[in-house]
Design a protein around this ligand. Structure first.
Ligand code: UT7
Length: 324
């Protein structure tokens, strides 16, 4: 018998305000055409004034609980992947606990920027496999609109706000790649790439929250290479190959990165969940958002083999192989 972290519910939440590319044409030297062709993004959601990351997270969490038929106190551990917390501390996870009415167990945040959900999912799997927790909720939640420099056309048109939540539950498997649940993970980071994507402020440096800075083009080249290699490494660890993949559920930064990675892996775009056109880059929220949309659309089904990969600031990158 092998302990597995098995999917037991999923949900997402997007703020009501939808901003089309054309809205940026009024204030910046940009165009809907440039944004669409270079990134694949058509629109994104922005949180309302006063709406925080924990507000988005709690809506996604409630939807996941409803999907699973569970109450907040059925969850043992809550991990929130975010780089845009409400406050420096306490963690968003503890705020979500309080808002959900979860009065037991524990919660903490994981900060690995756009790779945050992959890192959080890897941690959740480890908690379950180690017998530390039976049910873990993993949330990716971001309000990247709060760290945009609205005068920088090379970044502010690319990001959006949102949240997605996945509930994992301990289950028994046979120890083969046919088991449902998390089958393998591969996570990496390398601080030498810091300048490619960072925020120019922080508690112990400037005392401000800062704005996002990105060298898009060099990062693009790193992304396709590292995403392909981490996805293939994770599949190999699970004893599987690219041909076994039913769905790539990638981080949604740029349609050209998503296509380039799928092509390198030899996986057709019919087997890739794409939401970047509607959400933009929602950092740690993008994978659970895409998973939730894929399930809601009836594309991802029980028993399907998923590989999710992501890369972001750090650089930090990784992949998880999961049988739904
Ligand atoms: O989620 C974390 C990971 N993030 C990523 O992986 C993002 C990776 N990078 C990318 O997605 C792409 O590099 C971008 C979408 C950011 C940019 O696309 P690109 O094809 O790499 O364009 P570029 O940066 O090489 O810029 C091409 C041109 C430049 O003008 P010149 O120097 O050729 O005259 C830019 O100034 O496009 C210009 N440009 C814009 N033009 C109109 C940059 N932003 C804009 C804009 N509108 N919004």
């Amino acid at each position: 018998m092998t302990l597995r972290a098995v999917v037991h519910g999923i949900g997402h939440y997007l703020p009501e305000r939808i901003v089309p590319n054309s809205a940026f044409e009024e204030t910046l030297d940009t165009s809907d055409e440039w944004i669409r062709t270079r990134s694949g993004i058509e629109r994104r959601h922005f949180a309302a004034e006063g709406q925080t990351t924990s507000d988005l997270a709690v809506r996604a969490a409630q939807n996941a609980l409803d999907d699973a038929g569970l109450q907040a106190n059925d969850i043992d551990a809550l991990i929130v992947a975010t780089s845009t917390p409400d406050l420096t501390f306490p963690s968003v996870a503890t705020m979500v606990q309080e808002k959900l009415g979860m009065t037991q167990g524990f919660g903490f945040d994981v900060q690995a920027v756009c790779a945050g959900f992959i890192f959080a999912l890897t941690n959740a799997n480890a908690l379950i496999v180690a017998g530390q927790a039976k049910r873990v909720m993993v949330i990716g939640a971001e309000t990247f609109s709060r760290i945009m420099d609205w005068s920088d056309r090379s970044t502010c048109v690319l990001f959006g706000d949102g949240a997605g939540a996945l509930i994992l539950e301990a289950g028994e498997g046979a120890g083969t790649s046919e088991d449902r649940g998390v089958l393998s993970a591969d996570i990496n980071s390398d601080g030498r790439y810091r300048d490619m994507l960072y925020v120019d402020g922080g508690v112990s440096s400037t005392g401000t929250s800062g704005k996002l800075r990105m060298q898009g083009n060099p990062l693009f080249r790193q992304a396709v290479e590292k995403l392909t290699s981490t996805a293939e490494t994770a599949l190999e660890k699970a004893g599987l190959g690219n041909a076994d993949v039913d769905w790539i559920v990638p981080h949604q930064a740029n349609i050209r990165i998503i296509q380039g990675t799928a092509k390198k892996m030899g996986v057709s775009m019919d087997h890739v969940i794409v939401t970047v056109q509607d959400h933009g880059n929602t950092s740690a929220a993008s994978i659970p958002l895409a998973m939730s949309v894929g399930v809601a659309e009836g594309r991802i089904k029980k028993g399907d083999l998923l590989v999710s990969e992501a890369i972001g600031g750090g650089l930090a990158w990784g992949a998880v192989v999961l049988r739904w």
